[in-house]
Design a protein around this ligand. Structure first.
Ligand code: SAM
Ligand code: SF4
Length: 331
């Protein structure tokens, strides 16, 4: 049974950033030169991550998602997946990736016990993809997506951050994909985290709310119907176009915060437990881990994190997290 926090929310989900490094430099996440990577010794080792997940599982956490930075750039990631998949109580092990390296890894990840992937894709146009990610080739993501499908890492969800003036003219094209190809697309509102260029000054004008996206899609393609999603619905509200195989989801941290049903904890790449993405409150797990803390001791620290999980974020009062960029926390 999942533990309840101070506001009666069952905490059942742990997101782990396995590295702060990335092979892309998305404009909303990182500055063009990247962020100074943390030295290797500051990043949690795989055995340390495993200890945290064992402790989490004993507290009733059953869902784990690996993220980053880009999780697939960390060496030995398939071994980590294999060891976490074996932990009793973890019944949903997933990954969020930019997809660039999925073509190479999808089959091995599935064989190691990964259940499914979310793939980030903000545009369907190769030239624009290069402008948004600064380094990537869209073709590699499409190859990765197909490899994931063939490996059975499903349902695949596509994460699309919508930014005014950059890709908001493509929301209807993404919606069409749910009919033509069965994609499950989730539109994410832009958040002001860390020092991606869009996160500084003027981000509010760049946010396109779920309501606006929905209106544009409904004007072009017809009314959305509420959809039931079998696994991993998370904070998204899900809909379907009539007759479509795939779904459309909206993740609305800005226009309609979903903190009251938040079920997650986060672990940063350098071993800090972060009960809320958008609050800088953290508990250090790395130091105790390196001093030999066992599962029981880490469990006590996770419990402290659960008990002190903030009720909600405060972006609407202009209080935003300052300490870290998104790639260190994992989104
Ligand atoms: N590199 C992987 C990827 O891009 O999927 C995993 C890490 S990334 C930080 C996780 C998610 O956070 C991605 O879907 C990304 O689009 C999203 N993200 C990053 N910066 C964001 C921002 N400022 N606002 C909203 N979403 C953001
Ligand atoms: Fe890398 Fe993901 Fe951030 Fe893009 S959003 S720079 S892929 S960590």
């Amino acid at each position: 049974m999942a533990h309840l926090d101070a506001y009666n929310r069952p905490i059942s989900y742990l997101r782990i950033s396995v590295t702060d490094r990335c092979n892309l430099r998305c404009v909303y996440c990182m500055p063009p030169e990247g962020v100074p990577w943390r030295p290797h010794e500051e990043i949690l080792r795989y055995e340390e991550i495993e200890t945290v997940v064992r402790a989490a599982a004993e507290l009733g956490i059953s869902k784990v998602r690996l993220t980053g930075g880009e999780p697939l750039v960390r060496l030995g990631i398939v071994d980590l997946v294999r060891s976490l998949a074996r932990i009793p109580g973890i019944d949903d092990l997933a990954m969020t990736t930019n997809g660039i390296l999925l073509g190479r890894y999808a089959a091995d990840l599935a064989a190691a016990g990964l259940r499914r992937v979310n793939i980030s894709l903000d545009t369907l146009r190769p030239d624009r993809f290069r402008r948004i990610t600064r380094l990537g080739r869209m073709e590699d993501v499409l190859v990765g997506m197909e490899a994931a499908r063939q490996a059975g890492l499903e349902p695949i969800k596509i994460n699309t951050v919508v930014i005014r003036g950059m890709n908001d003219d493509e929301v209807v094209d993404f919606a069409r994909k749910t009919m033509e190809t069965g994609w499950n697309v989730r539109f994410i509102e832009l958040m002001p985290v860390g020092n991606g260029v869009l996160a500084d000054g003027g981000w509010r004008e760049k946010v396109v709310t779920a309501r606006e996206i929905r209106q544009r899609i409904e004007a072009a393609l017809g009314r959305l119907e509420p959809a039931k999603v079998s696994v991993g619905n998370g904070p998204a509200r899900c809909y379907r176009l009539p007759g479509a195989q795939g779904t459309l989801g909206f993740i609305t941290p800005i226009s309609e915060h979903f903190c009251y049903r938040c079920n997650r904890l986060r672990l940063t790449a350098d071993g800090q437990l972060r009960p809320c993405l958008l609050s800088d409150y953290e508990i250090d797990l790395r130091t105790p881990l390196r001093q030999g803390a066992d599962v029981a001791q880490i469990k006590a620290l996770l419990l402290r994190g659960i008990e002190n999980k903030p009720l909600r974020h405060h972006l609407d009062e202009r209080r935003r997290p300052e300490k870290r960029v998104m790639s260190e926390i994992g989104g």
